[in-house]
Design a protein around this ligand. Structure first.
Ligand SMILES: NC(=O)c1ccc[n+]([C@@H]2O[C@H](COP(=O)([O-])OP(=O)(O)OC[C@H]3O[C@@H](n4cnc5c(N)ncnc54)[C@H](OP(=O)(O)O)[C@@H]3O)[C@@H](O)[C@H]2O)c1
Length: 263
């Protein structure tokens, strides 16, 4: 399957070629991992159909999604996404685990679970896999039942509130300092994305736009909750296309902040 590269310059490439050698860890600042978000949305910006992501993206999105998982030390998701999508082994295809090894990464990424409540996660398939290392980022004091995966806790509660919400900057700093994590791929969802953006912890956004419309005034978009205090600007790094589906790679804070450029 080949994708058309529209920006920069015309070319065609495979999903495997697009998601190779990104060197995300090399881009990390010293105090935390480099963090990229990956989301898929309809053209009206909705990220779930009937509560699930499945059905939005096409085959090229799925290929890019799996190949992007070969590029980061850790793959992170909020508990809402994990409960909805029932995460199992993060890199299931042995060929993609080999690709990770060729990229100088562990064959299986660390799975990072972000949860304040720890509710509804006990039977997550991810937690039953001996080959899977899992970091649970939480402010809660409880534990998930041991079911086979190597599960450890990064307890970093926010000082305000009931202390169960995670201070994401502190937690990511500890993943870097104590776990050696230099790159994180965050697969959402909208609530976690909002927290990461508010804390200024997002470096890039990989966004697939499926040529579909979902409607629904209350349907989730890629960022939940209140309006962000400043509308972060993003710089387009690449734009790929296949069968009308668009795949954008964007870098946060790429342009100087300030007045609107009318030129
Ligand atoms: N289209 C896409 O690309 C895409 C990607 C991901 C998800 N989705 C969809 O999005 C929906 C889920 O949305 P969502 O907003 O609920 O997802 P979410 O952000 O994955 O989950 C929200 C939950 O994550 C935990 N969480 C997030 N930030 C936290 C923090 N700073 N501290 C502690 N816990 C934190 C909390 O878990 P607890 O409730 O356990 O405390 C919170 O309730 C699903 O329908 C899913 O299919 C779509």
């Amino acid at each position: 399957m080949r994708l058309r590269r529209l920006v920069p310059g015309p070319d065609t490439l495979t999903a495997s070629e697009a998601m190779a050698g990104l060197g995300l860890g090399d881009l990390a600042p010293p105090e935390r991992p480099y963090l990229v978000l990956n989301m898929v949305a309809t053209l009206d910006g909705k990220v779930a159909l009937g509560g699930r992501t499945a059905g939005i993206g096409g085959p090229a999105d799925r290929e890019l999604f799996h190949h992007l998982r070969t590029q980061a030390d850790a793959v992170m998701a909020g508990a809402g996404t994990l409960r909805a999508e029932r995460y199992g082994r993060i890199v299931r295809d042995p060929a993609l685990r080999e690709k990770r090894a060729r990229e100088g990464l562990e064959t299986d990424p660390i799975g990072c679970v972000v949860s304040a409540s720890l509710d509804g996660l006990a039977d997550l398939p991810l937690l039953a896999l001996p080959e899977q290392r899992v970091a649970v980022l939480t402010g809660a004091s409880g534990e998930l039942p041991a079911r086979g995966a190597r599960v450890e806790y990064v307890r970093a509660g926010l000082a305000e509130g009931d202390g169960r919400e995670v201070d994401l900057r502190v937690a990511l700093g500890r993943l870097r300092a104590e776990w050696g994590v230099r790159s994180v791929l965050c697969e959402g969802g909208p609530t976690l994305n909002a927290g990461l953006l508010r804390a200024g912890l997002v470096d890039e956004l990989f966004l697939s736009l499926a040529p579909k419309l979902a409607g629904g005034a209350d349907a989730l978009t890629i960022v939940a909750g209140e309006q962000l205090p400043e509308a972060p600007e993003l710089e387009l790094v690449w734009l790929l296309e296949r069968h009308g589906e668009l795949f954008l790679r964007l870098r946060l804070g790429g342009r100087e902040r300030g007045g609107r450029d009318e030129s």
